[in-house]
Design a protein around this ligand. Structure first.
Ligand code: FMN
Length: 335
Protein backbone atom coordinates (compact mmCIF):
# COMPACT_ATOMS: atom_id res chain seq x y z
CA UNK A 1 0.00 0.00 0.00
CA UNK A 2 2.71 2.50 0.94
CA UNK A 3 5.52 1.37 -1.33
CA UNK A 4 7.86 4.35 -1.81
CA UNK A 5 11.33 4.95 -3.27
CA UNK A 6 12.70 4.27 0.21
CA UNK A 7 11.46 0.65 0.01
CA UNK A 8 13.31 0.16 -3.30
CA UNK A 9 16.47 1.92 -2.09
CA UNK A 10 16.76 -0.10 1.13
CA UNK A 11 15.08 -3.36 0.09
CA UNK A 12 12.39 -3.08 2.76
CA UNK A 13 8.62 -3.70 2.72
CA UNK A 14 7.39 -0.70 4.72
CA UNK A 15 8.97 2.79 4.56
CA UNK A 16 9.70 2.86 8.29
CA UNK A 17 13.20 3.15 9.81
CA UNK A 18 13.96 2.53 13.46
CA UNK A 19 16.36 5.33 14.40
CA UNK A 20 19.50 4.14 16.15
CA UNK A 21 19.10 4.35 19.92
CA UNK A 22 22.13 4.07 22.16
CA UNK A 23 21.09 2.34 25.37
CA UNK A 24 17.65 1.42 24.07
CA UNK A 25 17.97 -0.59 20.88
CA UNK A 26 20.42 -3.45 20.34
CA UNK A 27 20.36 -6.48 18.04
CA UNK A 28 17.03 -7.81 19.35
CA UNK A 29 15.13 -4.61 18.53
CA UNK A 30 16.99 -4.06 15.25
CA UNK A 31 16.27 -7.60 14.03
CA UNK A 32 12.61 -7.36 15.10
CA UNK A 33 12.16 -4.15 13.07
CA UNK A 34 13.81 -5.64 9.99
CA UNK A 35 11.81 -8.87 10.36
CA UNK A 36 8.59 -6.80 10.51
CA UNK A 37 9.44 -5.16 7.16
CA UNK A 38 11.10 -1.92 8.34
CA UNK A 39 14.79 -1.08 8.67
CA UNK A 40 16.45 -1.71 12.03
CA UNK A 41 19.52 0.41 12.83
CA UNK A 42 22.28 -0.55 15.28
CA UNK A 43 23.84 2.28 17.34
CA UNK A 44 27.58 2.77 17.76
CA UNK A 45 27.64 5.89 19.94
CA UNK A 46 30.00 5.21 22.84
CA UNK A 47 30.44 1.51 22.01
CA UNK A 48 33.77 -0.23 21.38
CA UNK A 49 34.87 -1.71 18.05
CA UNK A 50 34.42 -5.22 19.44
CA UNK A 51 30.90 -4.42 20.60
CA UNK A 52 30.00 -3.22 17.12
CA UNK A 53 31.40 -6.38 15.48
CA UNK A 54 29.57 -8.58 18.01
CA UNK A 55 26.31 -6.66 17.52
CA UNK A 56 26.49 -7.01 13.73
CA UNK A 57 27.16 -10.74 14.03
CA UNK A 58 24.39 -11.27 16.58
CA UNK A 59 21.87 -9.30 14.48
CA UNK A 60 22.74 -11.51 11.50
CA UNK A 61 21.83 -14.60 13.51
CA UNK A 62 18.40 -13.04 14.23
CA UNK A 63 17.44 -11.77 10.76
CA UNK A 64 18.42 -12.27 7.14
CA UNK A 65 16.75 -8.99 6.14
CA UNK A 66 18.61 -5.70 5.61
CA UNK A 67 19.61 -3.68 8.66
CA UNK A 68 21.86 -0.66 9.07
CA UNK A 69 24.55 0.66 11.39
CA UNK A 70 24.49 4.24 12.69
CA UNK A 71 27.76 6.12 13.01
CA UNK A 72 27.63 9.16 15.25
CA UNK A 73 30.56 11.32 14.13
CA UNK A 74 32.05 12.00 17.56
CA UNK A 75 35.60 12.34 16.25
CA UNK A 76 37.58 11.54 13.12
CA UNK A 77 39.26 8.38 14.44
CA UNK A 78 35.95 7.01 15.80
CA UNK A 79 34.04 7.76 12.61
CA UNK A 80 36.69 6.28 10.30
CA UNK A 81 37.17 3.11 12.37
CA UNK A 82 33.40 2.41 12.57
CA UNK A 83 33.01 3.05 8.83
CA UNK A 84 35.91 0.65 8.14
CA UNK A 85 34.20 -2.07 10.21
CA UNK A 86 30.95 -1.56 8.28
CA UNK A 87 32.82 -1.89 4.98
CA UNK A 88 34.82 -4.93 6.11
CA UNK A 89 31.73 -6.72 7.45
CA UNK A 90 29.60 -5.85 4.40
CA UNK A 91 26.96 -3.78 6.22
CA UNK A 92 24.75 -2.63 3.30
CA UNK A 93 23.36 0.58 4.84
CA UNK A 94 24.86 3.22 7.15
CA UNK A 95 23.07 6.13 8.78
CA UNK A 96 25.10 8.92 10.32
CA UNK A 97 23.97 10.80 13.41
CA UNK A 98 24.06 14.50 14.09
CA UNK A 99 27.30 16.09 12.97
CA UNK A 100 29.23 15.81 9.75
CA UNK A 101 30.74 12.38 8.99
CA UNK A 102 33.13 14.11 6.54
CA UNK A 103 33.34 13.70 2.78
CA UNK A 104 36.22 11.25 3.15
CA UNK A 105 34.15 8.77 5.17
CA UNK A 106 31.10 9.11 2.92
CA UNK A 107 33.29 8.62 -0.17
CA UNK A 108 34.86 5.42 1.25
CA UNK A 109 31.45 4.03 2.19
CA UNK A 110 30.07 4.86 -1.26
CA UNK A 111 33.08 3.30 -3.03
CA UNK A 112 32.36 0.10 -1.08
CA UNK A 113 28.75 0.17 -2.31
CA UNK A 114 27.24 1.16 1.03
CA UNK A 115 23.97 3.11 1.00
CA UNK A 116 24.45 6.24 3.16
CA UNK A 117 21.62 8.11 4.92
CA UNK A 118 22.75 11.02 7.10
CA UNK A 119 20.45 12.49 9.75
CA UNK A 120 20.32 16.29 9.42
CA UNK A 121 18.71 19.08 11.48
CA UNK A 122 18.75 21.82 8.79
CA UNK A 123 18.59 22.59 5.07
CA UNK A 124 22.22 23.71 5.20
CA UNK A 125 23.35 20.29 6.46
CA UNK A 126 21.09 18.53 3.95
CA UNK A 127 22.72 20.31 1.03
CA UNK A 128 26.20 19.50 2.32
CA UNK A 129 25.59 15.76 2.76
CA UNK A 130 23.82 15.59 -0.60
CA UNK A 131 26.92 17.12 -2.23
CA UNK A 132 29.05 14.51 -0.40
CA UNK A 133 27.00 11.71 -1.99
CA UNK A 134 24.19 10.79 0.44
CA UNK A 135 21.66 8.41 -1.12
CA UNK A 136 18.80 9.80 0.96
CA UNK A 137 18.49 12.24 3.84
CA UNK A 138 16.76 11.88 7.20
CA UNK A 139 15.48 15.32 8.23
CA UNK A 140 14.98 15.32 11.98
CA UNK A 141 13.11 18.01 13.89
CA UNK A 142 13.69 19.19 17.44
CA UNK A 143 10.74 17.14 18.75
CA UNK A 144 12.97 14.06 18.46
CA UNK A 145 14.60 12.17 21.30
CA UNK A 146 18.40 12.41 21.38
CA UNK A 147 20.61 15.14 19.89
CA UNK A 148 18.49 17.85 18.29
CA UNK A 149 18.77 20.96 16.14
CA UNK A 150 16.62 24.08 16.31
CA UNK A 151 13.90 23.49 13.71
CA UNK A 152 10.67 21.52 14.17
CA UNK A 153 9.77 18.62 11.90
CA UNK A 154 6.72 20.27 10.30
CA UNK A 155 8.65 23.20 8.72
CA UNK A 156 11.98 21.34 8.35
CA UNK A 157 10.85 18.43 6.18
CA UNK A 158 9.22 20.38 3.30
CA UNK A 159 12.13 22.82 3.21
CA UNK A 160 14.63 19.96 2.93
CA UNK A 161 12.41 18.24 0.34
CA UNK A 162 12.40 21.42 -1.73
CA UNK A 163 16.16 21.92 -1.41
CA UNK A 164 17.55 18.48 -2.36
CA UNK A 165 17.06 15.97 -5.17
CA UNK A 166 17.56 12.78 -3.16
CA UNK A 167 14.67 11.15 -1.21
CA UNK A 168 13.92 12.58 2.25
CA UNK A 169 12.81 10.66 5.34
CA UNK A 170 11.02 12.54 8.15
CA UNK A 171 12.00 12.08 11.80
CA UNK A 172 11.11 13.69 15.11
CA UNK A 173 7.74 13.69 16.83
CA UNK A 174 6.25 10.88 14.73
CA UNK A 175 4.74 7.89 16.46
CA UNK A 176 1.62 6.65 14.73
CA UNK A 177 -0.29 6.49 11.44
CA UNK A 178 -1.23 10.18 11.67
CA UNK A 179 2.44 11.18 11.83
CA UNK A 180 3.25 8.78 8.99
CA UNK A 181 0.58 10.31 6.74
CA UNK A 182 1.62 13.84 7.69
CA UNK A 183 5.23 13.02 6.76
CA UNK A 184 4.15 11.71 3.35
CA UNK A 185 2.07 14.86 2.85
CA UNK A 186 5.17 16.96 3.62
CA UNK A 187 6.97 15.22 0.77
CA UNK A 188 8.90 12.58 2.72
CA UNK A 189 9.20 9.04 1.35
CA UNK A 190 9.14 7.43 4.79
CA UNK A 191 9.63 7.99 8.50
CA UNK A 192 12.24 7.31 11.13
CA UNK A 193 10.94 6.54 14.63
CA UNK A 194 12.93 6.36 17.85
CA UNK A 195 10.88 7.03 20.96
CA UNK A 196 7.89 4.87 19.90
CA UNK A 197 10.24 1.90 19.50
CA UNK A 198 11.57 2.40 23.05
CA UNK A 199 8.17 1.31 24.36
CA UNK A 200 8.30 -2.15 22.81
CA UNK A 201 8.68 -5.66 24.11
CA UNK A 202 11.93 -5.98 22.14
CA UNK A 203 13.63 -2.72 23.22
CA UNK A 204 16.48 -2.80 25.71
CA UNK A 205 15.04 0.01 27.79
CA UNK A 206 15.11 -0.56 31.54
CA UNK A 207 11.70 -0.99 33.17
CA UNK A 208 11.83 2.52 34.67
CA UNK A 209 12.28 4.02 31.18
CA UNK A 210 9.29 2.16 29.77
CA UNK A 211 7.25 3.19 32.82
CA UNK A 212 8.33 6.84 32.36
CA UNK A 213 7.18 6.68 28.73
CA UNK A 214 3.78 5.40 29.81
CA UNK A 215 3.44 8.16 32.43
CA UNK A 216 4.77 11.04 30.29
CA UNK A 217 2.54 13.74 28.94
CA UNK A 218 3.40 16.11 26.09
CA UNK A 219 5.62 18.16 28.42
CA UNK A 220 7.51 15.16 29.79
CA UNK A 221 10.73 15.88 27.87
CA UNK A 222 13.07 18.86 27.62
CA UNK A 223 16.20 19.92 25.74
CA UNK A 224 19.41 20.21 27.74
CA UNK A 225 23.13 20.25 27.02
CA UNK A 226 23.96 18.91 30.47
CA UNK A 227 24.14 15.26 29.43
CA UNK A 228 26.61 15.37 26.51
CA UNK A 229 27.58 19.02 26.14
CA UNK A 230 25.29 19.33 23.08
CA UNK A 231 21.50 19.83 23.03
CA UNK A 232 19.73 16.53 23.76
CA UNK A 233 15.99 15.97 24.22
CA UNK A 234 15.45 13.72 27.21
CA UNK A 235 13.01 12.99 30.04
CA UNK A 236 12.51 16.16 32.09
CA UNK A 237 13.30 15.63 35.78
CA UNK A 238 13.39 17.86 38.81
CA UNK A 239 17.18 18.01 39.01
CA UNK A 240 17.59 18.46 35.25
CA UNK A 241 15.18 21.44 35.37
CA UNK A 242 17.00 22.93 38.37
CA UNK A 243 20.46 22.64 36.79
CA UNK A 244 19.14 23.95 33.45
CA UNK A 245 17.71 27.00 35.26
CA UNK A 246 21.07 27.53 36.99
CA UNK A 247 22.83 27.30 33.60
CA UNK A 248 20.74 30.23 32.44
CA UNK A 249 22.32 32.38 35.18
CA UNK A 250 25.91 31.15 34.62
CA UNK A 251 28.19 33.95 33.41
CA UNK A 252 31.18 32.04 32.08
CA UNK A 253 32.14 28.84 30.29
CA UNK A 254 33.92 27.69 33.48
CA UNK A 255 30.76 28.13 35.52
CA UNK A 256 28.75 26.18 32.96
CA UNK A 257 31.36 23.36 32.90
CA UNK A 258 31.31 23.26 36.70
CA UNK A 259 27.50 23.00 36.75
CA UNK A 260 27.60 20.23 34.19
CA UNK A 261 30.16 18.25 36.21
CA UNK A 262 28.02 18.67 39.35
CA UNK A 263 24.88 17.55 37.52
CA UNK A 264 26.57 14.42 36.11
CA UNK A 265 27.93 13.56 39.57
CA UNK A 266 24.52 13.99 41.21
CA UNK A 267 22.93 11.93 38.42
CA UNK A 268 25.14 8.92 39.19
CA UNK A 269 23.54 8.42 42.60
CA UNK A 270 20.12 9.92 41.81
CA UNK A 271 16.91 8.11 42.77
CA UNK A 272 14.97 6.60 39.90
CA UNK A 273 12.64 9.62 39.53
CA UNK A 274 15.66 11.85 38.82
CA UNK A 275 17.26 9.55 36.25
CA UNK A 276 16.92 10.63 32.66
CA UNK A 277 17.26 9.16 29.19
CA UNK A 278 16.93 10.50 25.66
CA UNK A 279 13.25 10.55 24.64
CA UNK A 280 11.11 12.62 22.29
CA UNK A 281 7.90 14.61 22.67
CA UNK A 282 5.99 11.70 21.20
CA UNK A 283 6.40 10.08 24.65
CA UNK A 284 3.15 11.82 25.59
CA UNK A 285 1.29 9.71 23.00
CA UNK A 286 2.54 6.36 24.22
CA UNK A 287 -0.04 4.46 26.24
CA UNK A 288 1.11 0.86 25.88
CA UNK A 289 4.07 -1.44 25.38
CA UNK A 290 3.65 -3.28 22.09
CA UNK A 291 5.65 -5.64 19.93
CA UNK A 292 7.58 -4.07 17.07
CA UNK A 293 5.41 -5.91 14.57
CA UNK A 294 2.23 -4.53 16.15
CA UNK A 295 3.60 -0.99 15.82
CA UNK A 296 4.79 -1.27 12.22
CA UNK A 297 1.77 -3.16 10.91
CA UNK A 298 -0.55 -0.96 12.98
CA UNK A 299 0.88 2.21 11.40
CA UNK A 300 0.55 0.83 7.87
CA UNK A 301 -2.99 -0.51 8.39
CA UNK A 302 -4.26 2.63 10.14
CA UNK A 303 -2.59 4.84 7.53
CA UNK A 304 -4.52 3.01 4.80
CA UNK A 305 -7.78 3.73 6.65
CA UNK A 306 -6.72 7.35 7.11
CA UNK A 307 -5.85 7.67 3.41
CA UNK A 308 -9.35 6.45 2.54
CA UNK A 309 -10.88 8.93 4.96
CA UNK A 310 -8.85 11.83 3.53
CA UNK A 311 -9.80 10.83 0.01
CA UNK A 312 -13.48 10.79 0.93
CA UNK A 313 -13.09 14.17 2.66
CA UNK A 314 -11.48 15.63 -0.45
CA UNK A 315 -14.45 14.46 -2.54
CA UNK A 316 -17.22 15.36 -0.11
CA UNK A 317 -15.76 18.53 1.32
CA UNK A 318 -13.99 19.70 -1.84
CA UNK A 319 -16.80 22.01 -2.87
CA UNK A 320 -16.55 23.83 0.44
CA UNK A 321 -12.77 24.43 0.22
CA UNK A 322 -11.87 27.99 -0.66
CA UNK A 323 -9.15 28.88 -3.15
CA UNK A 324 -7.10 30.50 -0.41
CA UNK A 325 -6.75 27.13 1.32
CA UNK A 326 -5.09 25.61 -1.72
CA UNK A 327 -1.29 25.30 -1.31
CA UNK A 328 0.55 27.56 -3.70
CA UNK A 329 -2.28 30.05 -4.11
CA UNK A 330 -1.93 31.81 -0.79
CA UNK A 331 1.37 33.45 -1.64
CA UNK A 332 2.61 32.20 1.73
CA UNK A 333 4.32 29.21 0.13
CA UNK A 334 7.80 29.54 -1.38
CA UNK A 335 6.93 27.22 -4.30
C1 FMN B 1 17.07 6.76 23.60
C2 FMN B 1 17.52 7.34 22.29
C3 FMN B 1 18.83 7.16 21.86
C4 FMN B 1 19.24 7.69 20.63
N1 FMN B 1 20.51 7.42 20.20
C5 FMN B 1 20.89 7.83 18.95
C6 FMN B 1 22.17 7.47 18.43
O1 FMN B 1 22.96 6.79 19.08
N2 FMN B 1 22.50 7.94 17.20
C7 FMN B 1 21.63 8.70 16.44
O2 FMN B 1 21.97 9.08 15.31
N3 FMN B 1 20.39 9.02 16.90
C8 FMN B 1 20.01 8.61 18.13
N4 FMN B 1 18.74 8.89 18.57
C9 FMN B 1 17.77 9.56 17.66
C10 FMN B 1 16.91 8.48 16.94
O3 FMN B 1 17.71 7.70 16.11
C11 FMN B 1 15.77 9.09 16.10
O4 FMN B 1 16.28 9.87 15.05
C12 FMN B 1 14.83 9.94 16.93
O5 FMN B 1 14.50 9.26 18.12
C13 FMN B 1 13.54 10.20 16.13
O6 FMN B 1 12.66 11.03 16.83
P1 FMN B 1 11.52 10.46 17.83
O7 FMN B 1 12.21 10.12 19.09
O8 FMN B 1 10.58 11.61 17.96
O9 FMN B 1 10.89 9.27 17.17
C14 FMN B 1 18.32 8.42 19.82
C15 FMN B 1 17.02 8.62 20.28
C16 FMN B 1 16.60 8.09 21.49
C17 FMN B 1 15.18 8.31 21.93
Amino acid sequence: MFHTVLCDLLGIRHPIIQGAMQGAGGPRLVAAVSEAGGLGVLPTFGGSEKELRDDIELTRTLTTRPFAVNITPIGRAFTESRAAICIEMGVPIVTTGRGDPGSNVVRKLKEAGTIVLPVVPSVHHALRVEAEGADAIIASGMEAGGHVGRVSTMPLVPQVVDAVKVPVVAAGGLGDARGFMAALALGACGIQLGTRFMATVESECADWMKQRLLESDETGTMISSLMTGKPVRAFATRILREYEAALGHADSAEERAELRARYLKELRSAPVEDRTMAAGEVAGMIRDIRTVREIIEGIIEEAAVLAGKLYRMSREEGARTTDSATPGRTGAMKN
